[in-house]
Design a protein around this ligand. Structure first.
Ligand code: SF4
Length: 354
């Protein structure tokens, strides 16, 4: 259960926390050399070999790369993003009922290594690109906010919280959101950095979305990610601090004896967290675009990528009976602890509440 509420720091008071992951090699694009964020990031990677390059695509978009092998020894690439800086939410992503749903891609790729990750189908490389010109994304979002409110996912193509000790991007985004009540940010993570969480402020318009999976699924498919217990500790601490917390049970996988495996996970989650204080929950089964799965099967044939999915409107997904079985099981369990208005499901090509 939650510990005694502790005081979250005010904006602008983020502490320096050492970045444990490290990168041995950092490529720096010509246009990014003089950017203050480049200098700050390099100052936190004092032992790295720094190599200049003309354009990040020389490294990231080279043909014939082996992303799965590269993930074992990732390089960091610092670059300046060209427009667009904001993207409309993809059809396979949940919008949680928000009319104006966007996502950003300020970082491409992730320090974790989930076998089912769509990034393996999307990117030609396993290295990580960080676009240092966040101010351009902020300007683009301000132009949107001049017209209407916006819901923005800032951690889709990476795990920004896991990289926070190196990048400080989350604290930059929170400083932006603190002055703009019309924007709601979703910060999605599988990481569990308690010290980082405690170094950040708490805002009503920044939702911490924590992806939860059963431990057998984590061990088999979500390499390098924290255990369920560690993720629940993060959720518990976030609730204590006052964060709006979203629990994401997505993607559920059709593993052997799935109801037992996911049932034990729900038991552990409900025992660890005060569910009445959860902002909402999202549930979805694994689904992926046809093109991405083709690439993933080539680079990483495994139980998840080689499953005999059914193709519907360009998206591979489980057969309806498998998908419905997983979703209705999750629905029944979640309805015992959350009202239906706070549970969001991704079903077929559309998202819906119950
Ligand atoms: S944590 Fe998310 S972004 Fe990172 S590898 Fe896993 S699925 Fe991909």
């Amino acid at each position: 259960m939650c510990s005694t509420p502790s005081e979250a720091p005010a904006l602008g008071k983020a502490r320096e926390i050492p970045f444990a992951g490290g990168f041995a090699v950092v490529y720096v694009e010509e246009a990014a050399w003089s950017h203050p964020r480049t200098k700050a990031i390099l100052s936190r990677l004092q032992n790295a070999t720094v190599i200049p390059c003309k354009n990040y695509k020389e490294i990231f978009a080279r043909p014939h790369q082996e992303p799965t092998l590269q993930k074992k020894s990732q390089a960091l690439i610092l670059a300046v993003s060209p427009p667009p800086f904001l993207y409309d939410g993809a059809p396979v992503c949940q919008d949680f009922g928000n009319a104006h749903f966007y996502y950003t891609s300020g970082v491409m790729n992730c320090i974790f290594d989930c076998e089912y990750c769509y990034l393996q189908g999307m990117y030609p490389s396993g290295h990580i690109v960080v676009f240092v010109n966040t101010e351009d994304t902020f300007a683009a979002l301000d132009a949107v906010l001049a017209k209407h409110s916006a819901y923005v996912c800032i951690s889709y193509d990476t795990d920004l919280l896991a990289l926070e000790p190196l990048l400080h991007s989350v604290s930059d985004w929170m400083a932006f959101a603190a002055e703009r009540p019309d924007v709601t940010l979703e910060l999605r993570t599988k990481s569990a950095p308690l010290a980082v969480l405690r170094s950040l402020p708490v805002l009503p318009n920044v939702i911490l979305a924590i992806t939860l999976s059963p431990d057998p699924v984590i061990r088999a498919y979500e390499h390098k990610t924290p255990s369920l217990t560690a993720r629940l500790s993060l959720a518990s601490e976030a609730l204590s601090l006052g964060w709006p917390v979203r629990l994401c049970f997505d993607p559920m996988l059709a593993v052997h004896d799935a109801q037992t495996v996911y049932g034990e996970m729900f038991d552990e989650v409900f025992a660890a967290l005060p569910m009445d204080r959860i902002h909402d929950a999202s549930v979805g089964v694994f689904r992926i675009s046809k093109e991405y799965l083709r690439t993933m099967r080539k680079h990483r044939p495994c139980a998840v990528t080689c499953y005999p999915y059914e193709l519907r409107d360009g998206v591979y997904a489980y057969p309806a009976d498998v998908s419905d079985g997983l979703l209705s099981f999750a629905r029944d369990r979640l309805l015992t602890v959350l009202p239906k208005e706070r549970i969001f499901f991704w079903e077929s090509e559309q998202e819906e509440t119950l």
